[in-house]
Design a protein around this ligand. Structure first.
Ligand code: PAF
Length: 310
């Protein structure tokens, strides 16, 4: 079915309600994006389509989460290609609102605060970023609530019987591990009625995690950036083999690449993102952890991560 494009919240509600009714649907998935879509987003959309009767993707470059106006201006806008990619995955509806539609009163006076979980790692180098991202995610989750456009009594329950609420799931990439952890906490701490589904990072054949920023890398920088995923893989192998992770040697490997300026590289608890005390040299690795890395490669800041388990 061709994808439908809507730009207002009212149309999003009426069109998604119509789709639920037409499909006799009992579930709705939301895929929030900022556009400039790549295979990583395609994986989010495909997972949502597999798991839900109706899927809505949002395309909105959220000014609130950009620290600097230049970064916001140069964020790629590729609406036609984005719609084609979403349609190819089977997404039903794309919501691409204007800034005025999302923030009709200008910048919101009240925002979601990302708290302690948002202050470290990416939050430390991008102040305000996660407050802006969570604020828009909260709004998008509200906009995408299934049945918002259904008249009372017409919603369906999980067996398709009238009167119940359709299941609601929202999809986020594991690539932005801190954002995913924050969204999960926001939803559980503030009781949002939605299930958050994390989707594994998609990598190109040489290991580089897909990102809308990769297009700004020169050939040499792209080659140099591969050290990030190599270092993560090294930790993954050591963890699987229940060897000491020896994070230091992996850090040295990254630091020895002249085009790469390492910001952080650590092994953390996957939920709290607190560094694990025993991640390093002598202790054989046991359990679950997350390796987080961020580096500047030429002018481009890249992040990547790897779940570790043994
Ligand atoms: O991950 C992104 O693309 C954005 O941070 C999101 C979740 C769409 C909010 O603007």
């Amino acid at each position: 079915m061709p994808i439908k494009l809507v730009t207002t919240v009212a149309d999003l509600h009426s069109q998604s309600a119509q789709l639920l009714t037409d499909k006799n649907g009992t579930s709705q998935g939301l895929v929030p994006t900022m556009g400039a879509l790549h295979e990583g987003h395609a994986a989010l959309a495909r997972t949502a389509v597999e798991q839900n009767d109706v899927v809505v993707a949002t395309i909105f470059v959220n000014p609130l989460q950009f620290g600097d106006a230049t970064d916001l201006d140069r964020y790629p806008r590729t609406l036609d290609a984005d719609l084609a990619l979403l349609e190819a995955q089977g997404v039903d509806l794309a919501f691409a609102p204007s800034v005025e539609e999302v923030y009709p009163g200008g910048e919101p006076l009240v925002r979601i605060t990302s708290g302690r979980l948002g202050e470290k790692w990416e939050g430390a180098s991008r102040p305000g970023h996660f407050d802006g991202a969570l604020t828009v995610v909260a709004k998008l989750l509200h906009y995408g609530t299934p049945g918002a456009g259904l008249s009372a009594g017409k919603a369906v329950d999980s067996e398709g019987a009238p009167g119940g609420l359709p299941a609601y799931r929202a999809y986020f990439g594991q690539k932005d591990a801190q954002q995913l952890a924050l969204v999960r906490r926001m939803v559980s701490d503030l009781n949002f009625p939605v299930e958050i589904v994390g989707v594994p990072t998609v990598r190109s054949a040489d290991g580089l995690a897909l990102s809308s920023r990769n297009r700004f890398l020169s050939d040499d920088e792209r080659e140099a950036a591969l050290v990030l995923s190599r270092a993560l893989r090294l930790l993954e192998e050591r963890a699987k083999a229940r060897e000491p992770l020896d994070l230091e040697s992996a850090q040295t490997m990254v630091q020895s690449q002249p085009l790469v300026g390492l910001d952080y590289f650590d092994v953390v608890d996957p939920d709290t993102l607190e560094p694990l005390a025993e991640n390093c040299r002598e202790t054989p690795f046991r359990g679950e952890a997350l390796a987080l890395i961020a580096a500047k490669v030429g002018p481009v800041r890249l992040i990547d991560n790897m779940p570790l388990s043994s």
